[in-house]
Design a protein around this ligand. Structure first.
Ligand SMILES: NC(=O)c1ccc[n+]([C@@H]2O[C@H](COP(=O)([O-])OP(=O)(O)OC[C@H]3O[C@@H](n4cnc5c(N)ncnc54)[C@H](OP(=O)(O)O)[C@@H]3O)[C@@H](O)[C@H]2O)c1
Length: 341
């Protein structure tokens, strides 16, 4: 099999670190791995397999001979540097929001629209983390009957806001529990996140939604190539380290029997259906702790919506650093050598 020169831009970040785990776990055919970050991390050594790799500072000349560049260093870096990677002949798979809604950039979740990856101009976008997790979960339902409307509330982990956010939650918990402080420092989140819930992710827009909520609306329609789907989202940050949870209520064109929905979800790729009662009478459902570190998106609490004849409700949880970010990007890259497209 051909081997690839791969660059990870943002290799020291929350997503960047998971990229390295996934490239190793999936035995990605690597010839050479280049780790890029800011000036702050220049010279830092990161272990990959048995190798010690020095982090280099991202510059416009970082991409010589690179075949695939995974960008995960924020939208401004993607906007500034992705073009240099493309000019050098690399395929850019971008985790940021920089190009997601551009007409000539495919927005890909392999379980939903892998064929879109073929037609690109050097950049393929990875969707927003909550949107990827939702798209994988609703695709088997969409295949039975088109989805007309989605009402979703998210419960998003702090690592979704990067490594500084993880440290902020840890410090606040320590300050409150160990030091008995009443007031704690918040720099990443608008208010205290420890022992709290914040209905505010990304910036507020004129229509009263946040940008994160509008990403779920816009990106879902683009991924399914169905601009009739209506999506209304409320995105909420919760004091969980990893994995986003989502309460999803959807309305389909035709009524779907619960048994048919269950059957489709059970056999879908990339999904684990966890909706059971064990022999001791305990209910089984997905939680962030179950989903963290796993590749599959978990679905449970499936039920008919008592308020809508054509409605279904479900509870969905996925590791947003893996399927919501790094894993989805690596799966896109794999499409090009697996013969799946
Ligand atoms: N976290 C998630 O769950 C998630 C999910 C989907 C998509 N994303 C997207 O993925 C991207 C990274 O997110 P993250 O959570 O991993 O953030 P993060 O933990 O804050 O990491 C940011 C990374 O970007 C690098 N960086 C920052 N400024 C840079 C510069 N001027 N030049 C080069 N590198 C620079 C940082 O390097 P230093 O260490 O040197 O500062 C670090 O490696 C963002 O676009 C985010 O929206 C994140």
């Amino acid at each position: 099999m051909k081997e690839f020169n791969v660059a990870v831009v943002g290799a020291t970040g929350a997503v960047g670190q998971v990229f390295l785990q996934i490239l190793e776990q999936r035995a990605f055919p690597l010839k050479n791995l280049i780790l890029l970050a800011s000036e702050r991390s220049e010279g830092k050594v990161i272990k990959f397999k048995s190798e010690n790799i020095q982090v280099k500072k991202l510059t416009r000349n970082s991409f010589k001979d690179v075949d695939i560049a995974f960008f995960s260093a924020g939208a401004s870096r993607s906007k500034e540097y992705a073009k240099y990677a493309v000019e050098s002949g690399a395929l850019v798979i971008d985790n940021s929001s920089a190009f997601r809604m551009d007409d000539d950039v495919p927005l890909v979740v392999p379980e939903v629209n892998s064929s879109k990856a073929m037609k690109h101009n050097g950049i393929i976008a990875n969707p927003n983390c909550s949107t990827i997790i939702m798209a994988v979960a609703i695709k088997p339902i969409y295949d039975i009957s088109p989805i007309k409307k989605i009402v979703v509330s998210t419960y998003q982990a702090v690592s979704g806001a990067g490594y500084r956010a993880i440290v902020e939650l840890e410090n606040q918990v320590k300050d409150i529990i160990c030091l008995k402080k009443r007031e704690v420092k918040n720099e990443v989140f608008p208010v205290q996140i420890a022992f709290n819930v914040i209905p505010h992710i990304d910036v507020f827009l004129d229509n009263g939604y946040t940008k994160e909520e509008m990403k779920m609306h816009n990106e879902t329609r683009k991924i399914f190539d169905d601009y009739k789907i209506k999506v209304t989202a409320t995105t909420v940050r919760v004091p969980v380290f990893t994995s986003h949870s989502e309460a999803i209520t959807l309305e389909t064109k035709d009524k779907i029997k619960i048994e048919d929905a269950k059957f489709a979800l059970k056999k879908a790729k990339g999904l684990k259906f966890l909706d059971d009662i064990d022999k001791n009478g305990n209910f089984k459902y997905p939680t962030p702790i179950i989903a963290s570190g796993k590749d599959d998106v978990y679905v449970g609490r499936l039920r008919e919506d008592i308020s809508n004849e054509n409605g279904l409700c479900m509870w969905v949880v996925g590791d947003q650093l893996r399927k919501g970010a790094a894993l989805n990007a690596v799966q896109i890259a794999e499409l090009f050598f697996s013969g799946r497209i």
